[in-house]
Ligand binder design. Structure first.
Ligand code: ZN
Length: 405
């Protein structure tokens, strides 16, 4: 074990060295081009998103005021404190039982059907969106990400259990990746247009009300799904009985403990209830997911952070350069205009901080692996295997970016 006080003191000295060099540097030279900040909506054209947001604020936001109340999606309690209205006008509260941030109102398909009837242009945007999701460059980014998930999970799933049920499978990129790796893949989605798009490509996708022709799965995934659901407990209760006794459940969700969520709150682009369908109405973190999963008989066996934060966005928000989602939604081009000192700091310290954020689970996304409650030895062995792989990966990344002296 290295001497932690010594490392801390070295870091302080290095920070002092950095400040001294920055103070002495000639800052009169031209700053490097910094580009334009983009909100994180990889599957939606920015112009469509801006238009959808405008329509929602104009015609849709009033629809949520009269919606019935909803309890905490993780622990089921109703005691909460008000946090803020998101930039798309949804109220968000903090559950006093478990700390989940959520919209305390029912937000579902019926709400949006009523909205689309009043605003047909919003429906046209949704239909265009389904087509954009099949765009090859966007699809490829999705498949690359899914491949990483499979390479992490495959060493832990028992041999002979390569049957996937992906809940909220969208257009089915996860199913394609699974099949290309030798899995049998099944998907569930509630959107008729996405089901049609998946089936047209030969994938097995069903509506939640339809019957699946398979009873048990070695892996059930909910990749960026739970945050969209009005009632995650009921959905999980419906699928967990189909998990094989030694199978695994893999979940990714936006993280309520992400640094940018805590700093930017209602100005953060990914804290939005939705202008063309339900978006992030539930913001979980590790222990609130633990509460939810324990209600359906699951235990967490591995947890990890995914993606570094957007340091340029956060720095320019912090330094008063832009208003986060408020600017994006108005279609304003956001050029960060950071000082030379700030750019230097972000470039050199950013990668180390991103890995630290992963260790501390304050990244924008958290990944959770869960298993059915069973004998402690079996679960401990999965935990150890997952933790070892995660630790080795982080050390390798640190060694790559900052080679040890
Ligand atoms: Zn709760």
């Amino acid at each position: 074990m290295e001497d932690l006080p010594q490392i801390a003191s070295d870091i302080a000295r290095q920070f002092a060295r950095l400040s001294r060099s920055l103070a002495r540097a000639d800052a009169s030279g031209a700053l490097p081009a910094q580009g334009v900040l983009q909100p994180p909506f990889g599957n939606l054209e920015l112009s469509d998103w801006v238009r959808a947001m405008h329509l929602w604020r104009e015609h849709g936001a009033a629809f949520i005021r009269d919606q019935p109340a909803r309890a905490c999606p993780a622990c089921g309690q109703t005691d909460h404190r008000f946090l803020f209205y998101s930039f798309d006008s949804y109220p968000y509260v903090d559950c006093l039982g478990c700390g989940t941030w959520y919209v305390p109102l029912v937000v579902d398909d019926q709400l949006f059907e009523r909205y689309y009837a009043a605003c047909p242009e919003a429906r046209e945007i949704v239909e265009r969106l389904a087509g954009q999701r099949l765009d090859e460059s966007k699809a490829q980014a999705d498949r690359t990400r899914m491949s990483v998930y499979f390479s992490e999970i495959e060493p832990i799933v028992p041999a002979g259990r390569r049957d996937l049920l992906d809940v909220g499978c969208g257009v089915g990129h996860s199913l394609e990746v699974a099949e290309s790796r030798g899995w049998r893949a099944y998907g569930i989605d509630s959107s008729e247009s996405l089901i049609r798009a998946g089936r047209a490509r030969g994938l097995t996708v069903v509506h939640p009300d339809e019957r699946l022709d398979r009873d048990e799965f070695g892996l059930i995934s909910l990749w960026e799904t739970l945050e969209h659901l009005n009632d995650p407990f009921t959905v999980l209760s419906g699928v967990v009985p189909r998990l094989h006794d030694d199978g695994l459940v893999s979940i990714t969700v936006p993280n309520a403990f992400a640094i940018e969520a805590r700093i930017m709150r209602q100005d953060l682009a990914w804290i939005n209830g939705g202008a063309i369908g339900t978006v992030h109405i539930n913001l979980f973190h590790k222990s609130s997911l633990e509460r939810l999963l324990s209600r359906v008989g699951l235990e967490i066996v591995g947890v990890d952070g995914e993606f570094g934060f957007n340091a340029r966005e956060l720095a320019s928000y912090f330094l008063g350069g832009h208003r986060g989602a408020w600017d994006y939604a108005r279609g304003v081009r956001v050029e960060p205009k950071l000082s030379e000192e700030t750019i230097c700091f972000l470039n050199w310290v950013g990668p180390a901080w991103s890995i630290l954020a992963r260790q501390l689970l304050v990244t924008p996304i958290i990944k959770v692996l869960a298993a059915k409650r069973r004998d402690a030895i079996a679960l401990a062995s999965i935990r150890a295997k997952y933790a070892r792989a995660r630790r080795d990966e982080m050390i390798a990344e640190l060694d790559r970016v900052y080679p040890p002296e």
